[in-house]
Design a binder for this molecule. Sequence first.
Ligand code: FAD
Length: 402
Amino acid sequence: MVVRQNYDVIFIGGGLAAGLSALLLRENRPELKVLIIEARDIETPELPQTWSFQTLPASIDPSQSKSFSQVRSNWLGRLISKSWTGYEVRFPDLDRRLDIPYHSIRSQDFWDHLKIELSDSLIFGSSVTEVKGTTVTGANGSQWQANRVIDSRGWAKDAFPVAGYQKFVGLNLKLKKPHGLKAPILMDARVEQVDGFRFLYTLPWDELNLLVEDTHYSNDDHLDIPHYRKEILAYAKAQGWEIESIGEMEQGALALPSYSKRNFFSEKLSPHTAQLGVRAGLFHATTGYSIYDAVLGAEQLLNTIHLEADALETSLSRYSDERWEAQEFYRRLNNMLFFAAIPENRYKVLERFYQHDPDLISRFYAGKTSAQDKFRIMSGKPPIAMKQAIYHFFNRSEVQHG
Ligand SMILES: Cc1cc2nc3c(=O)[nH]c(=O)nc-3n(C[C@H](O)[C@H](O)[C@H](O)COP(=O)(O)OP(=O)(O)OC[C@H]3O[C@@H](n4cnc5c(N)ncnc54)[C@H](O)[C@@H]3O)c2cc1C
């Protein structure tokens, strides 16, 4: 059956970036008719995701992003499932608490919120196959009309040369007795270093429930799920945590770009279609995390939504190009991390990084590393083979793994 309706904005792909953008538009421009078309069927159980971020430091001008100021009371804050006042990192030679507020959004809470706020704007179970002019066509032949179409379909394979992967499996655990943790452990690298830099990541939801992830900065994206599960359970046992039950699992293998001659390129659905989210290269090159960029991208869209389709496409393309260019430092770091460091020694780079002051650390995670920060991160003797580290930091590489 063919359905034709006219919308101001259609998002193709209903993930983090589209959801945040649609919510921000609804809050600020409620008169706009917005639609999100998602391929996933709402009835199909999905692997959950937890999107976490650190508060932007005061040293970053809050006017650069209105959404991150007073995060507990605004539209972004309403999505947060849990906040903590700080977090810990643990390395063989460093045990540190950082008083940087940390927040997590659980995908189930995100979707519950979206279903309330945007119930009239969500279509599930429809994979978009074509965009021609202002017409969007789904696999079942349904069609929709929109003045502006935004492609937010997530990762575009082969959009950039890959240096390595941040890959992980997480288990939600319910314990028999309280774990006693006061704050998340962002990295516990005091574990066997295999398959690259390895650490355990723990989020304490409440006194009995935890998310524990086994994470590797690896040369490949292969996830041996049974092995990861075994390792997570062994880690829990080593912490003295007795497990009552195992809940939902999370998994991911986030591709991290190298510093190379090739630029980011993800093919357009049509010449007039703008892109947002990781489809547009809007993610942190070293962590693979995208929530900051999804929020900043949503603000960018809000500021330019008055433009006609072609002008909007040009403006958002320019914005993505600028963000990609601004991340060159992180891509160079990836070259150093993946090509110069012996995989099992990669943790030393992070151990050294976490000795810096909290503002430098949170600017790094926000993708806002200053020139002075860069100097401080790079100064001193690298904790890995010096000659190779310098070579890979300064030279573009076409090496690809996986
Ligand atoms: C398990 C996991 C945990 C993560 N944790 C964090 C974190 O803590 N912090 C952080 O910042 N980042 C995190 N990330 C990385 C990144 O933020 C996420 O991948 C984020 O979801 C990317 O947002 P997006 O909207 O660009 O793409 P997605 O969220 O992947 O959304 C794209 C959507 O498009 C749909 N789609 C694709 N093709 C079509 C089509 N043809 N028609 C219709 N729909 C289509 C897909 O089904 C998908 O739902 C995590 C990633 C994973 C996998």
